[in-house]
Design a protein around this ligand. Structure first.
Ligand SMILES: [Zn+2]
Length: 270
């Protein structure tokens, strides 16, 4: 495994445009349950899953009711806002500070990459800390709106300050399309990168799952390297989409890689 960590560090140092794809695996180490695992949110609470499936239809049918439910109902995501980034998130943020990593594309909605200091983050499935306009896709900090007051005065849903469209949570609900800007930029990054780190995701949920496959197809013969850091082999390993797998927890492996990168990086700088 030491060899593979060394190999990953060298590839990062040689890369021109490295990006990272992340999924639930990087967040479970911050105490955030996944959805479908043995302790998953849905596994333990099927009713919450049913509600989540209906959120988008509810929003489309009656945004006011969607908002009333959000403000008064039980929170499915619970204490997620209190979660803190772990060494895996911090390692990716450090790689960006070194100007090696150019972008993180995450399936997680927990905002932990941003909390860790990453600047260029594409929230593929949205960000729970933001609201998004259904018409123009602009994102807003919910604190900009006095939601409790809008509720008391029966003036929900909140409206977009730019285009007067209806606002929803930025989270991409079941049945909802990936916001166009994020989908486009993610595809662009996947086609541009010469190194892709896949961290804590088996990338089986579409359309996210297309990103590593696009990078692999484009890169045939061009030397794009795809490195997986996952708890075990995934379809990406089996289908030979990744060049190699470093098996383990992202919170342990990523800091080891960054430690190796740092050695050569500071040598080159001074
Ligand atoms: Zn708008």
């Amino acid at each position: 495994m030491k060899d593979l960590i060394q190999k990953a560090a060298e590839a990062l140092l040689q890369s021109r445009h490295a990006i990272a794809l992340t999924g639930a695996g990087i967040s479970t180490e911050s105490g955030i349950p996944d959805f479908r695992g043995p302790d998953g949110l849905w596994t333990k609470n099927p009713e919450a899953e049913r509600m989540a499936y209906e959120s988008y239809f509810k929003f489309q049918k009656n945004p006011r009711e969607y908002w009333i439910e959000r403000l008064t109902g039980p929170s499915i995501l619970g204490d997620l806002e209190k979660a803190a980034p772990n060494p895996g998130h911090l390692a990716l943020a450090e790689l960006e500070q070194m100007e090696i990593l150019k972008c993180v594309i995450t399936q997680n909605i927990d905002n932990l990459h941003q909390k860790a200091g990453s600047k260029k983050v594409l929230d593929y499935h949205g960000n729970m800390s933001l609201l998004r306009c259904y018409s123009c896709d602009a994102r807003f900090d919910p604190r900009q709106f006095d939601l409790e007051r809008l509720f008391r005065e029966d003036r929900l849903p909140p409206l977009c300050p730019r285009c007067n469209g209806v606002l929803k949570s930025d989270i991409v609900h079941f049945h909802e399309a990936i916001p166009m800007d994020v989908a486009d930029q993610s595809q662009e990054e996947a086609l541009k990168c010469d190194l892709m780190l896949i961290c804590g995701t088996s990338a089986t949920v579409f359309p996210f799952a297309l990103l590593p496959r696009m990078a692999r197809q484009r890169s045939l013969g061009q030397g794009t390297m795809i490195i997986e850091i996952n708890a075990g082999p995934t379809p990406l390993t089996q289908e030979k989409i990744s060049d190699f797998l470093i098996q383990g927890r992202t919170g342990e492996i990523l800091p080891l890689i960054v430690q190796e990168v740092r050695k050569s990086w500071s040598k080159n700088r001074h």
